[in-house]
Design a protein around this ligand. Structure first.
Ligand SMILES: [Cu+2]
Length: 244
């Protein structure tokens, strides 16, 4: 029995070691002298979905009776804002420095910005610009592990939190403001972007090679395509989501 326990413990230790090793091996920092750049535009093929108004069921005296569904910000030319673009599984590249000035604001009963991305280790400033209570509850979509759960009762209140783990975070407001939602992508590496209102993105200093470029939108899903980056060259890699 004792022998079995020792063997089991040894196995657990090996698993733990391998897991730690795999994490360390996941991304290697190298000097990138001849990196290339990936640029692109994310568009929607077909008719853009109609932006519905979401009912406000709490504090409607301040927040208003309804607010536009934040999921779809699509231009007249079908360019999609708030698409997160990443280099899936990149193993080597330049160092990922924490981002300065990352903010998540509660402003007029919506989260601003609705979608953002930054590197692991970034300090996020959480602000309440409203004269009502908001409770920001952030958790990883995968595993639903909580990252913070903060009550902000006062206008102008600021709380800083360093985000130490990577993954896609969902943020909601637990005070009954069901119209409030936001996403934050926390990256292990510097190779990520969020599309602007023209659907544009840019990922620079990429070591030459072939990669899987992945685009994620909260309602339209994900798309992947191969991209080959040549030394000091720009490569264009557009995405075209299909309207559902
Ligand atoms: Cu709220």
């Amino acid at each position: 029995m004792l022998k079995r326990i020792i063997v089991l413990n040894l196995l657990l230790m090996v698993c733990f070691f391998l897991k730690g090793y795999a994490v360390v091996e996941a991304y290697e920092v190298i000097e990138v002298a001849d990196g290339g750049k990936i640029t692109g535009v994310v568009t929607l093929k077909g008719k853009a979905p109609e932006v519905k108004m979401l009912d406000v069921t709490k504090n409607s005296g301040f927040c208003g009776k309804n607010t536009p569904d934040p999921r779809f910000e699509i231009s007249g030319s079908n360019e999609i804002k708030n698409v997160v673009v990443i280099l899936e599984g990149i193993e080597k590249g330049r160092k990922a420095a924490p981002v300065k000035g990352a903010v998540l604001d509660n402003a007029d009963c919506v989260f601003v910005p609705h979608v953002q991305a930054f590197t692991k280790g970034t300090t996020l400033t959480i602000i309440n610009s409203d004269p009502i209570l908001h409770n920001m509850h952030a958790y990883f979509i995968r595993g639903r592990r909580m990252v913070f759960n903060l009550a902000l009762p006062t206008k102008g209140q600021k709380i800083r939190r360093r985000i130490k783990k990577s993954g896609m975070l969902f943020i909601r407001c637990d005070t009954g403001h069901s119209q409030m939602s936001a996403f934050m992508y926390i990256s292990e590496n510097p190779y990520y972007a969020v599309t602007d209102k023209s659907g544009k993105f840019e990922i620079a200093d990429v070591p030459p090679g072939t990669y899987t470029l992945k685009a994620w939108h909260e309602a339209l899903g994900t798309m992947e395509q191969k991209v080959t980056v040549a030394p000091q060259k720009e490569v264009r890699s557009d995405f075209n989501f299909i309207s559902q």
